[in-house]
Write a protein that binds this ligand. Sequence first.
Ligand code: GLU
Length: 460
Amino acid sequence: MSNSEVRVRFAPSPTGHLHIGGVRTALYNYIFAKKHQGQFILRIEDTDRIRSKSLYAKCIIESLKWLGLNYDGEPIYQKDRMDIYRKYAEQLVKGKKAYYCYCTRDEIEKEKLKAKEKNIAYRNSGECKKYMGKEETMGSRSHTVRIINDEEEDYSINDYIRGTISNNSKEFDDFIIMKSDGTPTYSFACVIDDHLLNISHVIRGEDHITNTFKQMLLYEKLSWIPPKYAHLPLINGPDGKRLSKRHGATALLEFKKKGIIKEAFINYLAMLGWHPRDDKEIFDMDFLIDNFELNDISKKAAQFDYDKLNWMNGEYILNMDIGKKLNLMKEYINEYTKTEIDLSKLELILKTMAPRGKTLKEIWDLIEFLFIEPKSYEKRIDTKFSETLLDILEKIEFSEDEISTAIRSYSQENDIKLRKIAEFIRLALSGKKVSIGIFESLFLLGKSESIKRIRRYINE
Ligand code: GLU
């Protein structure tokens, strides 16, 4: 395979939010294109006028941008290409490879019911073939366009992942290629576009295997050569059940909102169905481009595990240099909290606090109180020592060392458990039961603000 021949596409339908499965398909296509210095095309499959929403198309584009999965050229919108699909449908009708079907929805529903009663799959009878060549005499009667499928042909694909898979066209009927509203069905538009866009490899979910055979038939009728195929395994939750919201798999941008960083996300996503030969777990895009092979993708369903993703995200944050961490936190705070922050203060916080938090959101939740006074307290505790502790804090310099020495000796001299003091200080300063270390907290908040908050907690 010469590299210049590689052109792949990601072809989402904008009928809902982009999910894990879709974005993994995008990622594998992107890596494959980069590996072969090929092109990666974004095709928005928005032929379904009712279910497609431009908001979802925008979200798809935004998600790809977030992850840096940049497509070549402008996105292609199928809704702008209706004339093309109609032209090819007419060509097939003229060539007696397709025909107008005048069956009404009601008639079809009745036939479907009959098939159900007999416990057999519904197949269109193909009766409307009798009108072939008489289209003009039918006037403007509503019709679909069906492909003629009566040759019982065996189709085989040599799938990169699944090896040779075959099917016979008798498994399906004269299926519809143009709906009665003049829009193409998914498979028809897909074949026309994959051909016209010179797509060399179709990499998509294995839920499309049945469609692939229908598409093979369409390629044959159009006298075109089909692309090569790789059908990706499904993604389940850790319990082996179909991925759903309860596994934490929500719309893609929710991961960003939860403070997952793109490098960790891509790393994790890549491993849903593929892993490097040496079992390395943490790697970047360059490594993926060098090492990724379609042949190495597993046939087995992958398992999406939110905890594992969080763990990986934590590893990335832990090993990140301060400049990058500062930038990411700044962007996160700007985008999701609308809090005005002083950058040098944020830098000091990130440099001072012991590594904690697996996601940007967890870090923000831990440090938010350093920017915003708590509005309420998760717990109220009565302490007899609070006033004397305040006296001590009033007297010392607020360096981390001095704070630590003073509080530790106060704890020892008065036989009060450090844990008890920490709980009190934590609640007073942050309102929360969990926060960063108390010495760090006092130091970062500064003397007057710390004392003010402790007083407020005691007096409120
Ligand atoms: N629009 C289809 C989907 O979202 C695309 C399938 C394909 O890649 O051909 O599943």
